[in-house]
Design a protein around this ligand. Structure first.
Ligand code: SF4
Ligand code: SF4
Length: 470
């Protein structure tokens, strides 16, 4: 039997000295097992054809977990099949996703922002006008009634900009239209908005409720002084107070607000101060069920964040900073919970999932980003780049080759990824990063922190089983 077997290429051997075991994790099968430390150490040194050194019961156990496989299996060929299936599932998505930028203008002048065309020529722009809205309505109706891809069972809208709340009338009218269509054709509906929150007064919260826009993303870039240095109005006045007051107006039910922090190394240093200000204002942690964070590290080689490498993150630092942010958030939360006699939270790591390989937004035949001039884009990060326009809504019939531009990516053919031992579970799946500039890709956290995370997951399970046995 043994001559026909080999070790999987995707094994990871993780010594866990404190418990005297080796953890073996396989990213192809997504299984983990533990084994005696000495035996694990030996296996970790073997080359793939040397399993005859192992006891048969260990070979059997490793076979069950996909760590020892038949010599005939080419795991990479199987991974290519998974990637291609994933692409097909995304292409055939039954969700009509519209990311709509009703204007690329903004009432703020944040210097780092890629949104809004800041050149003098285009400064006086630009609103999605009535003709464009009518064209967009036609696209929705046509897609629902005569889908060129899969039959639609859900419509999802994301309002984006510029500052989308500069165009509340467009948001109201178009949302009413889509909500009616969903009722008529029995489709699910959901909506979200990315806003700077400066216009989010009490009436606007009511408008969002009427339009069923319940997921809100607001950017706050660190503690007050730091935020005000980079997020200010045209008159130079900082926006922090204004935003905080509007966030406080959020109704107690229905909404979920994500505070996005565009983080660099300097912003990170001010996070504890931001947390304590949020607490003093009664925003967080007390409203933890309704308010969360998205730490969005600025990656130095992506879309213009290229210059100041000292403060922007590399791929490794990017993943590390996410981890550090999470630790900081939980430590702050737990100190507060202690004080308030509430339950503590533990830092828990999710077990890996199989990779999607690609971005659903650009892969789906039913996903469109619409800029302020009524032009279609596939990736919502390009809606403020006029040179990335694919075609106007009026010309759309689903056949423009530009719609497939970002689908040129075959991740399994990228040099680094082909040989990467975490390719089957890599959750960094942005087509645009790879297609625009292969160097701008971010690698998955599993590439950098496999050992630390797997040991933490093992410990979580171990502690739970100990508790259950008591
Ligand atoms: S930026 Fe990347 S992940 Fe986001 S929509 Fe574009 S391709 Fe998809
Ligand atoms: S971790 Fe990096 S090299 Fe590996 S598959 Fe993901 S993107 Fe590619």
């Amino acid at each position: 039997m043994l001559p026909n077997l080999k070790l999987s290429y995707y094994n990871h051997f993780i010594p866990h000295k404190d418990r005297g075991v080796y953890l073996i994790y396989n990213s192809f099968s997504n299984a983990m097992m533990e084994i005696d430390y000495e035996v694990g150490h030996v296996i970790s040194k073997l080359n793939s054809m040397e399993i005859h050194h192992l006891d048969l019961d260990i070979v059997e156990l490793m076979r069950e977990n996909g760590m020892i496989i038949s010599k005939d299996i080419d795991e990479f060929v199987e991974i290519k099949k998974r990637a291609s299936n994933s692409r097909k599932v995304f292409t055939d998505s039954s969700t009509l996703f519209l990311c709509i930028s009703p204007t690329n203008s903004c009432n703020m002048q944040c210097p780092y922002c890629f949104q809004g065309d800041k050149s003098a020529k285009n400064r006086d722009t630009k609103y999605l006008d009535e003709n464009n809205i009518n064209s967009l309505k036609k696209l929705v109706l046509n897609t629902v009634e005569n889908p060129h891809g899969s039959k639609i069972d859900r419509i999802q809208i994301e309002w984006f900009g510029g500052e989308p709340l500069l165009r509340k009338n467009v948001i109201r009218e178009f949302s009413e239209f889509v909500i009616d269509i969903c009722a008529k054709y029995n489709l699910e509906f959901s909506a979200s908005i990315v806003t700077n929150a400066s216009l989010l007064d009490a009436q606007t919260w009511e408008l969002l409720d009427k339009c069923r826009i319940y997921r809100i993303q607001v950017t706050i870039d660190g503690q007050k002084d730091m935020h005000n240095q980079v997020r200010f109005y045209a008159n130079g006045k900082g926006s922090y107070e204004h935003i905080m007051n509007n966030v406080l107006l959020m109704p107690e039910e229905k909404f979920y607000l994500t505070i996005r922090i565009n983080g660099d190394k300097t912003v990170f240093e001010s996070i504890s101060l931001l947390f304590s200000d949020l607490e003093n204002r009664g925003i967080w942690p007390m409203r933890d069920k309704q308010i969360g964070f998205h730490w969005a590290p600025k990656f130095y080689n992506f879309l213009g964040f290229n210059q100041e490498k000292d403060i922007y993150y590399t791929s490794f630092e990017y993943q590390k900073s996410k981890h550090d942010f999470e630790k900081l958030r939980l430590s702050y939360f737990n100190t507060w919970a202690e004080k308030e006699n509430r339950k503590n939270k533990n830092l828990r790591y999710a077990y890996p999932s199989f990779s999607d390989f690609y971005c659903t937004t650009v892969e789906s035949a039913n996903s469109f980003s619409i800029d302020d001039g009524g032009f279609i884009h596939k990736c919502y990060n390009t809606v403020n780049s006029k040179d990335k326009r694919i075609e106007h809504l009026d010309d759309f019939n689903g056949t423009n080759p530009g719609l497939d531009h970002y689908k040129k990516l075959d991740k399994t053919e990228q040099a680094d990824c082909r040989t990467c031992k975490v390719l089957p579970i890599c959750d960094e799946t942005c087509n645009m990063r790879f297609t625009s500039n292969a160097e701008s890709k971010i690698c998955t956290v599993w590439k950098y922190f496999m050992d630390e995370r797997m040991i933490a997951i093992y410990e979580q399970n171990y502690q739970e089983s100990q508790r259950a046995a008591q």
